[in-house]
Structures are given as C-alpha cells and as structure tokens.
Design a protein around this ligand. Structure first.
Ligand code: FPP
Length: 235
C-alpha cells in the first residue's frame, strides 16, 4: 500500500537563487536580475494562493547578504519598497497576509517603516501567509530564541523545554514547518535557511535560475512533492 498523499504541501519555502547569473548571461547589471526575480515571485505568490497553499516563505535577504556591494544591498532594499508600493493592493485583493522572518531593527528606517505599514495593512488577510525572510539567518534565529528563553528568567520554562516550546521562540512561532523546499539555480545547499524548521522537509533542486522559474516549473516541482513518501523518521 502506498503512503503517498498526493496532496499539495501546506507550506512551501523557496530559496530564490540565480538572479545574478541570469543578469550576467544577458550582460545586464545584477540588480536587473533581482528585478526579474521580483516578477517571478509575483507570479508564484498568485499561483500559490490559487492552489490553496496556506504558507509561502521566500528567502529575500540573508544576514550574510549585507556583505554584498553597497549598490546591490541598496538596490535590493529599494526593490522591496517598490514591491510594497506596487503590490499592496493586489496582496489585499488576493487575501495575502505579509509576515517577516528576521531582524527588522537593522533595516534602513525607510524600509522598516514601509514594511511595518504593510504588515498592519495586510494583517486581517487569511488566504495565504507570505513570509519574507529578510535579514534572516537560521543560526542567528536559534541563538536569539535561546537568549529569549534565558531572558524570561523562568526556571520552569527551562525544565519543561521541548521542541514544541522552543519553536514558539522562533520567528516562525505558530507557523507549521515547511513541507517542501525549492531551491533554484543548481546550488544544492541550505545556506542558513530555516535550519530548525526544515528538519523533515522534502527538498527540490532545479537548475532553472529564479527569474526563469515560472508557473509550469512550479507545478512540476509540486507534482514531485505529491509523489514523495514522507516518513518523518518512521518506517
Ligand atoms: C539570490 O540570487 C537572490 C537573492 C540574494 C535575493 C532574492 C531577492 C529577490 C528575488 C527580490 C526580493 C524582493 C522582494 C520584493 C521580496 P543571487 O544574487 O545570489 O544570484 P547568483 O547566485 O546568480 O549571483
């Protein structure tokens, strides 16, 4: 008997990689690749909502990405601000609630205020939760959780600490772990993304660069998920 569920994942996470190479192949600046990446993201968000998938998490900016050239960092921040300006109405129309995973305090004020406004404006939407990992690092998140637990000064909390309680101190508190992770551009690694949460996630790697990742390739990936046998460590 098969234990393949044939169901869509509840939570999809995506490492949107390959924007720089996409641009380089076209003799364009890297930021043009990121711009094309935002277009891809727009389509994937819409499709995710249409399919009834409840959570989509995308890796937009890691704690390590600050080390990129200043122009590129500024360019990415501007893209995020523009994205919110252009898409807020659509997000609301499509029932998308925006959520940020990461340390927002380190963002430039203009970006932080824009993001905070979008969080409030989309707060009541229930169709799809879009988690944007922004200034996010998996190890950083775990250390913050440990410090936060310690700072409660509650010895009972420490005595009773288990996986479920620990999870409540992560950026993803109250969000189910991703069932399925997609990474584009042929790189086969996790790159400090959701280290705790990906413990039992199914992985999908494709050579396609993120700006070329469209709805049909998304369906191909999701079909692959539907055929996976998930065992969660059991037999
Ligand atoms: C990886 O490609 C991509 C990123 C570091 C940024 C991803 C960001 C976006 C798609 C835009 C985010 C904007 C919003 C609105 C959420 P890379 O630059 O590492 O590509 P490469 O490996 O080919 O150089």
């Amino acid at each position: 008997m098969s234990n393949i569920s044939g169901a869509y994942p509840v939570h999809v996470a995506i490492i949107m990689d390959g924007n720089g190479r996409w641009a380089k192949k076209r003799f364009m600046p890297r930021i043009a690749g990121h711009k094309a990446g935002v277009e891809s993201l727009r389509k994937i968000i819409e499709e995710t909502g249409d399919l009834g998938i409840k959570y989509l998490t995308v890796y937009a900016f890691s704690t390590e990405n600050w080390n990129r050239p200043k122009d590129e960092v500024n360019g990415l921040m501007n893209l995020l601000v523009n994205y919110i300006d252009n898409e807020l109405n659509n997000l609301n129309k499509n029932g998308v609630r925006l959520n940020i995973l990461g340390d927002m305090s380190a963002l430039p004020t203009k970006v932080r205020e824009k993001v905070e406004m979008a969080l409030v404006e989309t707060n009541k939407n229930t169709k799809l939760t879009l988690n944007i990992a922004l200034n996010y690092g998996g190890r950083d998140e775990i250390i913050r959780a440990v410090k936060s637990i310690y700072n409660q000064g509650d010895s009972e909390l420490i005595d009773n600490l288990d996986e479920d309680i620990f999870s409540r101190f992560l950026y993803t508190a109250n969000i189910p772990d991703p069932d399925f992770v997609i990474r584009t551009s042929g790189e086969v690694r996790i790159s400090n993304f959701l280290l705790w949460q990906l413990a039992y996630s199914e992985m999908y790697f494709t050579e396609t660069l993120w700006p070329d990742f469209g709805v049909s390739e998304y369906h191909k990936a999701l079909d692959s998920f539907k055929n996976r046998k998930r065992r969660f460590g059991k037999i």
